[in-house]
Write a new protein. Structure first.
Length: 528
């Protein structure tokens, strides 16, 4: 007689679910399901190797379109666990329970035979074993001993401070400041803004700030209080939408008037290419926006490092900077020296000429692309003289000798402080060529593009392809007067290749690697 299967209904339901989790091509069970952005078919990893289109519906796709479907992957993992549990349950021998019971009885008997243990030890509990001192506990004791020493107030903090209560987030990522703005509670809002450590520009999980929430609802008094407390007027939210766009889309006339008075930029575009003017449906708002002489992105107001100095300094120096001076300044600032990993650099120190310009190096381009401080070596000497931190404002490098638009490092740094998108946000790049010396190699150019927020393509984009036409992203930093205002796909070629076919059609344009370096160095989408 065949053994009776336990949980037959569960087994049948599990089989039906596993049938749905099979690859649409090879019909095998998928442990890691992969989907494409432009169709609904699901495949395993083997079926999508070097595929230029969907194997089922033949829809064109890029390599970057292949993404692991996390929801289906978690369901597949749960199915696997349930299948193994059912298999183990059905294979359990009949006498397994009896053998387990015998082992327990033998163990209890051995414990009870020992008179000493029977007096002081319960059979159902174990005597706790003393644990060795963990590394975290040792670190806490070390920190307590350090706190007893008199700290130097001029030295920078090497550890992030604890999160204040006003910045604790709920499931949506909203802070108490968000909730006060949503509920129009001005009294609570002012109390929260007065607390130490409150970040007025904190974003929720979707990317919205307290200023976005107040502008969306037209709470003008809340908007004014937030801006006075240091909220960035043009801070981008979800899909780079600004507070002004939120106010315009909801016909908040008084809020729009206040934002314009505070210097909100009318010309900024969202990720979908919309501006505040194109979103305006109210005639009063349209006239108000069209009459504004808006400042360009070059006129950023300088931001003091004291507003956002709650991070450890990681300092790197160019080859021309004295190592002894750098080490002495790092000791005064209680900072760290950057090693091979340049992604964590917060300050780059360089030698400057009489015009406060420096040489263009790969390390310089890395620092500008990621928004780090680029300072002259005079800042190190000032910190050594003061035996502590000195403001960076008077030591900013204006640019490099090849730049014809100055203050690129400053614009990049201020953009990072204002939480603006990176330079190549919304742009896609395909590197066509070998890129041999004396120019940068392909790996270095790729690293710079990624640091600047761009995406790398594995195949050359075609102006009439479905992927290019379906893309709605735009370049955030491209100005209306720029020839690349509408371009989001770039074919980058080696400038030494004179036979390169130039393409300027639709959303696609051909540029040289020199154009990439110039844009990063000057932190601007330049015309070519």
């Amino acid at each position: 007689m065949a053994a009776k299967v336990k949980y037959p209904e569960t087994s049948k339901a599990l089989e039906r679910l596993e049938e749905l989790l099979k690859c649409n091509r090879c019909l095998t069970y998928m442990k890691v399901p992969i989907t494409l952005w432009n169709c609904d078919h699901v495949f395993c990893k083997k079926c999508l190797n070097d595929e230029s289109c969907c194997p089922v519906c033949k829809t064109p796709c890029w390599a970057s379109d292949q993404q692991i479907n996390k929801a289906l992957s978690s369901i597949s993992s749960i199915c696997g666990q349930l299948r193994s549990h059912l298999t183990d349950t059905n294979r359990t021998p009949r006498n397994s329970r009896r053998s387990i019971t015998n082992k327990v009885e033998e163990k209890l008997k051995s414990i009870c035979d020992d008179k000493e243990n029977s007096k002081y030890t319960l059979p159902s509990k174990r005597t706790p074993v003393r644990r060795s001192i963990s590394a975290s506990a040792t670190k806490q004791w070390a920190l307590k001993s350090v706190e007893k020493k008199t700290p130097n107030p001029k030295r920078c903090k090497t550890e992030l401070p604890p999160t204040p209560r006003s910045m604790v987030k709920n499931k949506k990522g909203e802070t108490k400041l968000h909730l006060a703005a949503i509920q129009r509670d001005l009294a609570s809002l002012r109390l929260l803004l007065g607390e130490e450590g409150t970040d007025v520009n904190a974003k929720d999980n979707a990317g919205w700030t307290s200023l976005h929430e107040a502008c969306n609802r037209g709470y003008t008094e809340i908007v004014e209080a937030l801006i006075e407390a240091g909220a960035f007027v043009d801070i981008p939210g979800y899909e780079n939408e600004t507070p002004l766009m939120d106010a315009v889309a909801n016909n908040r006339v008084e809020t729009v008037r206040l934002l314009v008075q505070k210097g909100a930029n009318v010309n900024l575009r969202s990720l979908q290419g919309k501006t505040a003017i194109t979103l305006a449906r109210n005639d009063k708002i349209k006239q108000l926006l069209l009459s504004v002489q808006c400042e360009t992105l070059e006129n950023y107001a300088p931001i003091s490092i004291s507003q956002s100095c709650n991070f450890p300094m990681v300092i790197a120096g160019s080859s021309s900077v004295s190592a002894d001076v750098l080490n002495e300044a790092v000791a005064c600032l209680n900072a760290n020296i950057a090693g091979e990993d340049t992604s964590k650099i917060s300050h780059l120190i360089v030698k400057c000429d009489q015009n406060n310009r420096t040489n263009r190096t790969f390390k310089y381009l890395q620092a500008v692309a990621k928004g780090a401080w680029v300072l002259s070596d005079a800042w190190l000497n000032a910190c050594i003289r003061e035996q502590g931190y000195v403001s960076e404002d008077g030591f900013l490098v204006e640019g490099c000798s090849e730049d014809f638009v100055l203050h690129g490092p400053s614009r990049s740094n201020v953009g990072k402080r204002k939480c603006l998108p990176r330079l190549f946000d919304g742009c896609h790049f395909y590197l066509s060529g070998k890129f041999t010396p004396p120019c940068l190699n392909k790996e270095e150019i790729t690293e710079l593009i990624i640091l600047a927020g761009g995406e790398i393509l594995s195949r050359e984009p075609k102006p009439d392809s479905d992927c290019v036409q379906a893309c709605t992203k735009i370049s955030y930093h491209a100005r209306p007067t720029c020839t690349h205002y509408l371009h989001t796909y770039y074919i980058v070629f080696d400038s030494k290749n004179k036979s390169q076919r130039m393409v300027v059609q639709g959303k696609v344009a051909t540029v040289s690697e020199t154009w990439i370096l110039n844009c990063i160095s000057q932190f601007s989408i330049l015309s070519s």
